[in-house]
Every structure is written in C-alpha cells, then in structure tokens.
Design a protein around this ligand. Structure first.
Ligand SMILES: O=C[C@H](O)[C@H](O)COP(=O)(O)O
Ligand SMILES: C=C(OP(=O)(O)O)C(=O)O
Ligand SMILES: [Mn+2]
Length: 450
C-alpha cells in the first residue's frame, strides 16, 4: 500500500490541506509543484458549473429508472494517444453502445467519457521491478512517463499543466463531434448495422433488426431526425491528484458554490475513499455530481457515513455508487450493501463497473479480463437489483474504439496467445470496439427482458 502524504496548498483557502491523502505522487521539486499549481489556478475552467447541474439532473433520472448511464473510456488516457482518430473512435464506440442501450432500456442514455482528464492512476505498488531494476510505478501521464527509465518515472509537476491542455483539446473535440453532426442517430444506427453484418456478430442481428424497424417507424411518423444530430456528452475522471483538482476548483459566480471545473463528473476510487482522508473531504465541498467506487470489501455502515458526508441533503443525482465486485462475488456481496443504503432512505444512483473486480494475470503474464466474467458481473448486477426492487442505473466500462487485444474472449475469441498482438493499455485491459458493442447488445437484451 502507498503511504498517505500531506498535499500541497490549495489556491482556494476554503479547502483544507491537513488531511492525509493516499496515492499522491512524491513530487521531488516543491517549487516546481507550486509553480504548476499556480499556473493551473490561473487557467480557464474546462467545464461550466451549470453543465454540472444539468448532469446532476440526468443522474437523478437514472437513480429512479428514468435514464440509464453509460460511462466509458480508457483506464488511463495518455498524451500521445489523444489524437483526433483515437478520440473519434472512442466517441463512436460510446455512441453506438448508447443507441443499442437506449432501445434495450427504453429510456435516454446519459453518455459520459472516461475522457479529458483520466490521466492519473492509483497503483497497488509504489514501485515496479523489471530484470532486477526497481523504479517508481507509472502513475499516469499527469505524473510521470510510462517508459521504464529513472528519468521518465520521476514525477514532473509540469505534467499537470500538460494534462490540463490535453484535456482541453480532447474536450473541445468531444464537444465538436457531439454537437457538429457526427452523433446523428441515423449514422450511428448504420454503424451498428455494419457491426451485426459481420459473421461473428450474427447473434445480435435480431436486436439490430428490431432497432431498424423502430427507426423506420419513427421516420414514417415524421420524426425530425435532424433534431437528433447532436447529443449531450459529459466528461468524467477519477479525482485522484489533489494538486490538479484543487486548483481547478472555482467559485460559481451565480451561486457562490464551489465546482471542480476539471470535468463534469468526478469519482473517488476504491483506494482513496477513506472517510477521514483528503479525497472525500475534497469532494464533499464541491457541487459536481460525485461517484464513488464500491468493492465487495466495503463496510455498509461506513458507506452510510460517507453518504452523510457527501450527500447530507439527500439530493437525487448527487451521489453515484459504482460497484466493482467481481463476477463470482457480486451476487453475495452487493445485496447487503444495497439493502443498508436503501433502508437508510438515501438515494444513490447504482452503476456497475464490471471491469475492476475481474482483473487477473494471464498465463503469458498479461494483466487481462475475460469477456465472459465482465458479462456475468453485469448479469449479476441486474439480478440483484431485480430481486431487491432497486434500480440498476448504468454501466461503467474501460474501453477503446481501437481493435486492441487486451481482454480475452468475445465473439472474436481472443486467446491468451493473442494478447501480445496489440496490447496497448498502459494500465488496465480495455474492451476493444467489438467487445464493447457486444457488451452493449447483451446488456440491451438484459434490459429489455426485465
Ligand atoms: O485502474 C487501475 C488499476 O486497477 C489500478 O491502477 C491498480 O493497478 P495495479 O494493480 O496494476 O497497480
Ligand atoms: C482504479 C480504478 O478503479 P478502482 O478505484 O475501482 O480500483 C479505475 O477506475 O481505473
Ligand atoms: Mn482501471
């Protein structure tokens, strides 16, 4: 485990600095850090507080079964991969999944990217050893570089500023694509027809045909498809690096409230959600919609105390629990947690992350996940909510629009021996484009059969 370290002074005096924070980099040069933090504090916000309020409303709808949330993107974004093609293909994947899920759920899908800020990683070890050489662990491009040299792995606070600029250009393109016509429902549907026409995906043809019929019905009714050329698309990342999130936190001129303007939705990870530490204290002070990862190890009593801290007003949409339990554990571990929360009268939006409880090392030494396990955790999530009469509010997935070989299985039957062909993630294995769409079709089937 990493040790909790005190964190840098905030540009906002209302944010305290005296709580321990786990998983923070050991910046070697304090003056350089202060410099980077001051620069961030002077740069414009990436999102507007009013947008965060709108997203809170969308999350509130998901908490009562009037919308379904899809959060997707890289485990760790990198600076060099923030290219137009990569960003386009990730958005395309999320849009395609959303179209299928909208049909299956019969409700609007709240689309969110693990994008434009997902540059920092918590790690299980502080160091990495290769061939007898031990160096600091890679903690995300906003901290250090993936290359295995002393120089690359030394935390550099200028990377925080670089992360801001890469987030800005990513978000700019996300906004351009989703407002400029790329998201046109007719195009998205055509892409999905292309997906099922591939022999490996024939199993999903029936559902695609149903959607096709629904589209023709809508056209015959005179639905204005031009009005569906744009879509809302929100940015989300783990609020891990307090030296980034604090200077990006600003006072909303309309209300005087604090918002973390680095993204619309921020979540706190499984490794940093200690109730008396800095991360929960930080997010308790901002008005953004907040997520928190919840593993099978979570103590239900503690979760109630966390709800009191983060959502004292019991405001629908404010708090999302992103459960990540493991496919073989979710059916036993999730019910007592949901019951405790439900019986307390608290309203949280429940989202399933079927990735982080299902990671293992393959025989050939790759960190991987099996598509079957991912699907089984999603199935377990729906089963548990169905049996308790609670609302399964969405999915949180690590994915890419590229044809990588990082997760096993799926219709393309990726095997351990295939993982080395195109393993590009610098942290966790992502579903590739095909596997992501398959997951969407299978989830849509689960949603529509309820
Ligand atoms: O998403 C992140 C990983 O699960 C987390 O960083 C831990 O990964 P590690 O065990 O490789 O450090
Ligand atoms: C580190 C992550 O998840 P968790 O905090 O659930 O382990 C992640 O989402 O990449
Ligand atoms: Mn991850």
């Amino acid at each position: 485990m990493t040790t909790a370290v005190p964190t840098s002074a905030s540009t906002d005096p209302s944010l305290p600095v005296d709580r321990p924070a786990a998983q923070q980099p050991e910046w070697p040069d304090r003056a350089a850090l202060d410099d980077a933090v001051a620069t961030l504090g002077s740069l414009p916000p990436l999102v507007f507080a009013g947008e965060c309020d709108d997203l809170r409303d969308r999350m509130a709808a998901a908490s009562v079964g009037e919308a379904f949330v899809l959060q997707g993107g890289d485990c760790a974004e990198t600076f060099v991969h923030a290219t137009a093609d990569n960003i386009r293909d990730r958005i395309k994947t999320v849009l395609q999944m959303s179209a299928v899920l909208t049909y299956g759920a019969g409700m609007p899908v709240v689309k969110m990217g693990r994008m434009a800020g997902q540059f920092a990683k918590p790690r299980s070890k502080n160091t990495e050893t290769r061939d007898g050489v031990t160096l600091p662990a890679y903690r995300g491009d906003m901290v250090n570089d993936f290359a295995f040299t002393q120089e690359s792995r030394t935390p550099d606070p200028q990377r925080l500023v670089h992360g801001y600029h890469t987030s800005a250009s990513t978000l700019n393109l996300v906004r351009a694509f989703t407002q400029g016509g790329f998201a046109d429902l007719r195009r998205v549907h055509d892409w999905n027809v292309g997906f099922v026409s591939n022999a490996a995906n024939r199993r999903y043809e029936g559902l695609a045909r149903e959607i096709d019929k629904a589209m023709r019905f809508m056209a015959a009714c005179g639905v204005d498809f031009d009005a569906m050329k744009t879509t809302e698309f929100w940015s989300a990342h783990e609020a891990l690096l307090l030296d980034y999130e604090r200077p990006m936190t600003r006072v909303d001129s309309r209300t005087g409230d604090l918002y973390d303007t680095s993204g619309h939705f921020l979540w706190v990870g499984e490794r940093t959600r200690q109730i008396d530490h800095a991360h929960l204290d930080f997010v308790s002070r901002i008005r953004n919609p907040i997520g928190m990862k919840v593993s099978d190890k979570a103590d239900p009593e503690e979760l109630l105390r966390i709800i009191d801290l983060l959502d004292p007003e019991r405001e629908p949409g404010r708090l999302t629990f992103i459960t990540r339990m493991g496919h073989d554990t979710i059916r036993e571990a999730l019910p007592p947690i949901i019951e405790k929360v439900r019986d307390s009268g608290a309203i949280v939006t429940w989202i399933c992350d079927p990735m982080h409880g299902n990671t293992f090392e393959s025989a050939s030494g790759f960190k991987t996940r099996d598509f079957e396990h991912v699907v089984d955790e999603v199935r377990g999530f729906f089963e548990v909510h169905q049996s308790l009469g609670t609302v399964p509010g969405g999915l949180h997935v690590e994915l890419t629009g590229n044809d990588v070989t990082e997760c096993l299985g799926g219709a393309e039957r990726i095997l351990d021996a295939d993982l080395n062909k195109r393993y590009e993630s610098v942290c966790d294995p992502r579903l590739n484009h095909q596997q992501s769409l398959e997951l969407a079709f299978l989830t849509a089937e689960m949603l529509s059969s309820r």
